[in-house]
Design a protein around this ligand. Sequence first.
Ligand SMILES: [Zn+2]
Ligand SMILES: [Zn+2]
Length: 305
Amino acid sequence: MLPKPPPRESSLGFLFLPPFRVQGLSIAGEATCVQIPELDVCFDMGACPRAVLSSSYVALSHGHMDHVGGLAYYCSQRRFQGMGTGTIVCDARIAGAVRRMMEGYRDLEQQQTLFEVTPLENDEQIQIKNNISLRGFHTEHTAPSMGFTVIEHRTKLKPEFTELPQEKLKELKDRGTEITRKLEIPLVAYLGDTAAGPHLVREDVRKAKIIITECTFFEPDHKERAKIGKHLHAEDIAEWLRVAECEAMILIHVSRRTHLGEARSSIAKALGARALERVHFLMDHRANRERYERQLIEAGVQPTR
Ligand SMILES: [Zn+2]
Ligand SMILES: [Zn+2]
């Protein structure tokens, strides 16, 4: 009898939620990295598949190996491929350890791998693109942990001025009148490993168009395990979906043992089948491929297999 070849590497999870692609991989305890190419950011770097190298920001939710295992490789490989310095955005409480890890790899590789560490305090933000910022906030896990929101900043004319002609507006502006107000539009919220808590219903999370969140446990008798490991259970997700305004909630960090069909029905049972319309599983390759094929057909493109 000949030995079997190793299992084929599974492909990356992929969802197109216009205008954003959400892609990467995420299996509880093994590896999580979720990239949004349009925002130049990858959340977590538990492994570093080739596609995610192109993001120049990595936002780390916490220091567990399934979320940082590919980080040194990401920095080193970007140098090797001449892609410029990657910026690691992380909770200030783990920034020192991240730097020490990276310096250890510099010694080991005997090369000046470039990296930038940008620590964030609770509720602090940095600009990552024109009018777009990345904000970190504390979450609750068995290690210091942080969630992120990507915020678009817009200025809008104050309602009392919308009827005025251009020259009048210019006149007011020249006189120093504040004619605009600032608007914040939360585009994406990312919740790495976390227990439920007030951070799930912050304004910028509750109103985010896309929520990407862990959901590690589904079976009713795993609630205790979720509590001990400070993870989310499907029942937390169901409760959260009642108040979250998102167009799509993408579940990640599902364990390898979870049967996705059963996971879906446990949420449907709690909230009704309609609720499932906005719930996606990043790693449900079949459902996501079928969805993408429908998107292609709607756009007038013939899907190729
Ligand atoms: Zn994890
Ligand atoms: Zn963890």
